[in-house]
Design a protein around this ligand. Structure first.
Ligand SMILES: Cc1ncc(COP(=O)(O)O)c(C=O)c1O
Length: 378
């Protein structure tokens, strides 16, 4: 269950609340059920309980985290012992602004992962009507609903432009299917929403590898809030670091909500150099694109249809999704499946020759071919 802050912060991002749009592309409203924990990748504990005889070590392909992490430098003892210096946190904000093309550190809120921002943003907005372009990372709809907003999952991006929304949330590129909305369309959407006092939240957790889709350079435009994740592309998800890029007043309010020392000393010590390391990022882009192509070839050869994804994960479909998931699970390989789309399976990238061999040997040959109508299963 989400812990509510003792003292709710003032309503900081005012909204208007015009009537609900009624359009067929708007799916059922999302309600917050605190007893339901969103399913995420990386749950090896649950996998071990389900597949008790699976061989160790598990090969975890259920997340979209770079398996070739940024090389972490040795850290001085004081990085662990002292509270992070506020000036050093400002330095990370400046490094993030440079890396993402935002105007400056005053447009950045540094957070312990973009998830923290996904949870805070809804609490800083007065209750309103929210459209989440789905299917997508489940935490968006969950967190806006949990904070008292009326949330609808929208499947047709066109609906976002015609509905009367206070907040629109788009993951770009999207997890899990890699759907991309062109930056100019997003900017136009943000402009329209801002005119009515609303906002567009663009989750760019997977944009580092496809920088052309990013709207981060438009940071500062009213109504635009961009979320970036450090952990995915740098392969350091456990460090917990993410950023909001927004107009200075909104970035300031997020910083206030997060309080002093929003991130750890190790995160501060590592982030500055990593964010400025263009050579590493360029190499990483090539390495991940090559691995993603290789994975597509393997999945395709086994009869799975590759629907899309990003260079960090691939989304495939088959009529035999459950059987493939179980088969791999018994072989100690965890992939991601989706309750809302039973034909979908998401694969992260194998990191070593051994991992590739293991996946290739465990993937059953000749799974039942994909049927186009399956992408709409729910
Ligand atoms: C689309 C998307 N956004 C945000 C997050 C949160 O990532 P983090 O909190 O590690 O930055 C995730 C995690 O899987 C994600 O898939």
């Amino acid at each position: 269950m989400l812990a509510r802050p003792h003292r709710r912060p003032p309503i900081l991002f005012p909204v208007t609340t015009p009537p609900m749009p009624t359009t067929p592309a708007v799916t059922a409203a999302v309600t917050a059920d605190p007893t339901v924990v969103a399913d995420h990748g990386g749950n090896l504990g649950a996998a071990r309980r389900r597949f008790r005889d699976a061989p160790e070590p598990w090969l975890d392909l259920s997340t979209g985290i770079n398996p070739w992490p940024y090389p972490v430098p040795p850290l001085a003892a004081e990085v662990w012992q002292r509270l992070p210096d506020p000036a050093a946190i400002d330095g990370v904000a400046a490094a993030a602004a440079r890396a993402y093309g935002a105007p400056g550190p005053d447009h950045v809120a540094v957070a312990p992962g973009s998830q923290a921002l996904i949870q805070w943003l809804p609490r800083l907005c007065s209750p309103g009507r929210v459209a989440v372009l789905g299917p997508t990372y489940a935490e968006h709809a969950h967190c806006w609903a949990a904070a008292g907003h009326r949330v609808n999952l929208v499947t047709d991006a066109g609906t976002l432009y015609h509905g009367c929304w206070d907040t629109v949330v788009v993951a770009n590129p999207n997890n899990p299917d890699g759907r991309v909305i062109a930056p100019d369309r997003l900017i136009a959407l943000a402009t329209g929403l801002a005119a009515g006092g609303g906002r567009l939240v663009v989750d760019e957790a997977f944009a580092d590898l496809v920088p052309a889709v990013s709207v981060a350079a438009a940071t500062g435009q009213p109504g635009l809030i961009v979320l970036r994740s450090f952990g995915k592309v740098f392969g350091l998800a456990g460090l917990r670091l993410g950023f909001a890029l927004a107009a200075p007043d909104q970035a300031h309010r997020l910083r206030e909500a997060l309080g002093p020392w929003p991130v750890s000393g190790p995160a501060v010590a590592i982030a500055g150099a990593a964010l400025a390391d263009h050579a590493w990022l360029a190499e990483t882009r090539v390495r991940l694109a090559t691995a993603a192509d290789r994975l597509d070839d393997l999945l395709h050869a086994r009869g799975l249809a590759v629907l899309g994804g990003t260079p960090l994960f691939r989304l495939a479909a088959t009529r035999d999704a459950e059987a493939v998931f179980d088969h791999l699970g018994r072989a100690g390989i965890l992939i991601r499946r989706f309750a809302s789309h039973p034909g979908w399976l998401r694969f992260g990238l194998p990191v070593s020759d051994t991992a590739w061999d293991r996946l290739a040997r465990a993937l059953p040959p000749g799974v039942t071919p994909w049927r186009h109508d399956m992408s709409h299963q729910s």
